[in-house]
Every structure is written in C-alpha cells, then in structure tokens.
Ligand binder design. Structure first.
Ligand code: ISE
Length: 335
C-alpha cells in the first residue's frame, strides 16, 4: 500500500484523491490539507482520509505519508516541492512546477544534490492517447522532419482573479511542455504577440487572446493561440506540420445530432473532462514508478524548462521582440 498525502483539496485535488481512492489499486490517501480548512475536512469525510492538517508542511512531515501530491494553488507549488525534497519523499506536483524559473532552478539544484529523481510534474498531456500517438508518429520518422507546430489552448472563461501572465504560467505551460516533448527539442527564443483583443472580454483585467511564438534550437517554429475566455468551450488543438504532411490532435469523440437542417457536435467546457483519460493513466503510472523507485515521467528538469520559456514569454510582452531562452547546464541526473 502506498500512503499518499495531498496538499490542496480544490477541483484537481479532489479529482486526484478520487483516483487514488477509487481507481488506482494499492494506494490510500492518509492525510490532506488545504489553506481553506473546510475544503480539507470535506474531502476527508468524503474519501475517508484519517488526518487533516492545517499546513502542507505537516502533511509532508507525517511519517505515515510515503509520497506527496501537490494540488494547491500555483504560487505555493515550489515551496512544497522543496519541503518534500528535504524529507526525501517522492512528490507529484501539478503544473506548473513553480511560478518563476528561479524557483524551478532551485528545485532542480536540490534534487540533483540528492542524486535521485523524486519529483514528477503534472504534465498529463504526455499521457493523452492523442498526443502519445502524435509523438509515436513523429518518432517513427514516417512523416519526415517536423517543421512547424500550430496550437491553440482555449478556455471558455476564467474567474476574475485571472491575470494576463497566468495565460502563460497556468495555461500555455502545457504547450510549453508538450511541444518540446513532441519535438524532442529546447526553446531558443520566444515572444508574446500583441493581437486584437476580444470586445467580449473588455471588462476583464486580462489580455485575451494572446499568441505565444517559440523558436526551437533545431529551427522549428511554434505558434500557440491562448484564450482565457473564448465564450464557447474548452478547445485544445495541435497540428504538427512535417516534411511529408501534417499530424493532428484528434478532438474528443462526441455524438453528432442532425436535426432541423443542422448538424451538432457538443464541445466540452471543462479541462478535467477533456483530459480525464490522460490524468487516469498519468497517476496510475506515477504510482507504479514510485513503487518501483524509478521516476521516468515529466521531471523537475522538464518543469524547469517550461518555466524558463514561460518567464521569457512574460518578459517579452509589450516589447514585440523575441527574447533568448537561457537555461542552466543540465545536471547529469536528467541526461
Ligand atoms: C487549468 O489550470 C489546467 O490545468 C488545465 O489543464 C488548463 O487547460 C487550463 O487552461 C488551466 O486553467
């Protein structure tokens, strides 16, 4: 039995607790916390969790907790990962690994010092069957070299606490990971392009839409349209243009209705539904790897790489210039 402590009992925290409780064999959530204590209490009652702590530090320190899962707000991810590393515990941290490249770099340094991969980052798209098949096709070489990626990441709406920078650190962070993974490449330079703003989001405090542009070290070009409020649904698109053709992420399957001279296809509105299969596979896989003592999923270096590109994108906003993406030398642990 793998005993898990969960920090953060909001939407994704509860979904993961549910997976550990009802889907993945030989795991038990034994402790949890949330900065809003009633949320932790509620999750504990619902999922029969023995211990509710006031702080994430207490969850990590609990000797009964074998592995930690961080599903708290983005701004506290890094500090809990560092704390888990201090206790030399396996830790699954939802994306992003940190909200700044510097914090992510500290995690990489701390883990490299320990000399063992303990951190996995929640880049679940790598486990999505659609993206996984795209990766297989690219790697097979049958389409020739990949040249360009066109992607879009559209959310139906975000809450009022959403800010412009979060379009990168919270939203496009997925594309920052999945594109470098698909291409097996690193970013050389990036910029956020100022585009015409939607009149429908004019009362909001954030820019919408935005376009992130990335150039890789092998010369590929990537464009990602990011919307925090597209007014219609949760829509993820990805097309890899290769020498011999294109590779396209499939849309989720949906029942088509035809009536009144119209053909209708429903669109999902919630990311948890769109990537449910990816999350299920990701966590089952993580548990297996922890039990074997060998983490091979997206690691702290991957989390760091996405944060460095993310920082450069946010720093470029308004300047209309590409900024270089400067990474530290890769520690041998990640080679
Ligand atoms: C959200 O936090 C997620 O993690 C989703 O995967 C992402 O698609 C969405 O845009 C984020 O806000």
């Amino acid at each position: 039995m793998l005993n898990i402590g969960v920090i953060g009992c909001g939407t994704i925290g509860r979904q993961h607790i549910n997976r550990f409780t009802n889907l993945i064999p030989s795991t038990k959530v034994v402790a949890c916390s949330d900065y809003f204590e009633p949320a932790a209490q509620e999750a504990a009652t619902l999922y029969n969790i023995d211990k509710v702590y006031k702080t994430g530090q207490e969850v990590i320190a609990d000797p009964n907790v074998d592995a930690v899962v961080i599903t708290a707000i983005d701004s506290v991810h890094a500090e809990y990962v560092m704390e888990s590393l201090k206790h030399k515990k396996y830790v699954f941290c939802e994306k992003p690994l940190a909200v700044s490249a510097k914090d992510a770099e500290n995690i990489v340094a701390a883990e490299a010092e320990i000399g063992k991969k303990l951190v996995q980052v929640g880049f679940m798209r790598r486990y999505d069957p659609g993206y996984a098949e795209m990766k297989r096709i690219i790697n097979s070489g049958e389409m020739g070299e990949p040249l360009i990626i066109h992607a879009c990441h559209r959310n139906r709406d975000m809450g009022d606490d959403f800010e412009t920078n979060m379009a990168i650190t919270n939203v496009a962070i997925h594309e920052l990971d999945v594109c470098r993974w698909l291409l097996d490449d690193e970013y050389a330079s990036v910029k956020v392009q100022k585009v015409k703003q939607s009149g429908l989001s004019k009362n909001r405090k954030f820019d919408n839409p935005q376009i992130a542009l990335m150039e890789t070290t092998k010369g590929c070009q990537i464009d990602v349209e990011i919307q925090a409020a597209d007014c219609y649904g949760y829509d993820i698109q990805c097309q890899v243009v290769c020498e011999k053709g294109t590779i396209n992420l499939p849309n989720p399957s949906a029942v088509v209705t035809k009536t009144d001279a119209q053909c209708r296809v429903p669109i999902l509105t919630f990311w948890g539904d769109r990537f449910v299969q990816a999350y299920d596979i990701e966590l089952a896989n993580w548990v297996e790897m922890v039990q074997k003592g060998n983490i091979t999923g997206p690691n702290a270096w991957d989390g760091y790489a996405a944060c460095v590109a993310g920082d450069a994108l946010n720093a470029s906003r308004g300047s209309n210039a590409f900024l270089d993406v400067k990474m530290i030398e890769k520690p041998s642990l990640y080679k």
